[in-house]
Design a protein around this ligand. Structure first.
Ligand code: MTE
Length: 320
């Protein structure tokens, strides 16, 4: 089995024929119409199992010059271990995820704990589209237009208590819908966490969509977190619970190996992963695939002006 490493193998990039094959052919067969599988709009519809439009307004404050990674790459090259460990598994297997009804509870050290239905959550604040650079711990990166609003808008509604220091995010773990949960590769449910100030930073996005459409299941439908200055594993998918705590929460990856996956996991080209360098990355973009040249990784993934002050005085080699 391939595990976390920093190379993108040619076999990791879904061959064109394969991804244009799988869901389209299944859907076309179901519709009794193979001819349709060739239409470009049909192909995009098939990549997203859930292609409702979201009325999101582009926020120019988060524009980047980088080329977008392309809808196909963003939706077929994924990490979502609940659906398997290969990059194409989430696209192939996440169709079984039921995203309605869906509730998310916000609990722990808050004045007003609440359980919200996903449709209420969608309306809680105006939806923005923000283009973020995303850096995976494995050494690849993408540029993705996400749709959502700052998590702080939700957290301020529940009124964190003075004793709250951390925010824990808990993903769904349902064996019936998620075949990967039968394996013991991670301690399920998938858990992640941020310090409260990181969670309240405007950059931290409660995310419902990408490219102006509801999140495809393989990207963490119906709601996930996106934290672009940290390695991708901090951005928990398909979350059902947000808990405010006094103690630093245990996270699935640090429980897997605390030496390799720290709590902070800020993108930092100066701190190597124990098994590989983090100094460069391969940017996955349309028509580049495995041949994408390596580019230098930036401190805090290039978001230092927005986040560095939260870590002043901290030794980031120690708090990796
Ligand atoms: N969230 C859950 N619940 N399960 C996962 O396996 N993988 C993480 C993160 N969130 C993961 C998860 C990792 S390692 C990465 S790089 C990103 O999701 C990938 O997000 P994307 O597939 O939308 O690009």
């Amino acid at each position: 089995m391939r595990f976390i490493d920093n190379t993108i193998l040619p076999s990791d990039i879904t061959p064109k024929g394969v991804f244009e094959g799988r869901r389209e052919l299944i859907k076309a067969a179901a519709a009794g119409s193979f001819g349709l599988a060739l239409a470009p709009w049909f192909s995009r519809e098939a990549l997203a199992s859930n292609p409702e439009k979201l009325a999101a307004t582009l926020n120019p404050a988060y524009a980047v010059k980088d080329e977008l990674s392309g809808y196909k790459n963003v939706t077929t090259y994924n990490n979502f271990y609940e659906f398997g460990t290969d990059k194409t598994d989430p696209f192939a297997n996440a169709g079984t995820l039921q995203t309605r009804p869906w509730t998310i509870s916000i609990e722990g050290l808050v004045k007003k704990p609440v359980t919200l239905d996903i449709d209420a959550l969608l309306k809680l604040a105006p939806m923005e589209e923000r283009v973020y650079r995303m850096r995976c711990v494995e050494g690849w990166s993408m540029v993705i237009p996400w749709d959502g609003y700052s998590l702080s808008k939700l957290l301020s509604k529940v009124e964190p208590l003075g004793s709250a220091k951390y925010v824990e995010f808990i993903s769904l773990a349902d064996r019936k819908q998620m075949p990967g949960v039968k394996s013991n590769i991670l301690d399920w449910p998938y858990k992640e966490g941020l310090r409260l100030d990181e969670a309240m930073n405007p950059l931290t996005l409660l995310t419902f969509g990408l490219y102006g459409e509801a999140l495809p299941k393989q990207n963490g439908a119906p709601v996930r977190i996106v934290v672009p200055w940290k390695y991708g594993f901090k951005s928990a998918k398909s979350i059902v619970k947000i808990r405010l705590t006094e103690e630093m929460p245990k996270t699935s990856w640090s429980q897997f190996d605390a030496r390799e996956y720290g709590f902070y996991s800020n993108v930092n080209p100066l701190v190597d992963h124990p098994r590989w360098s983090q100094a460069t990355e391969r940017r996955i973009a349309e028509n580049k695939g495995v041949f994408a040249p390596k580019i230098k990784t930036e401190m805090f993934n290039g978001y230092g002006d927005l986040v560095a002050s939260m870590y002043s005085g901290m030794d980031l080699k120690k708090f990796y």
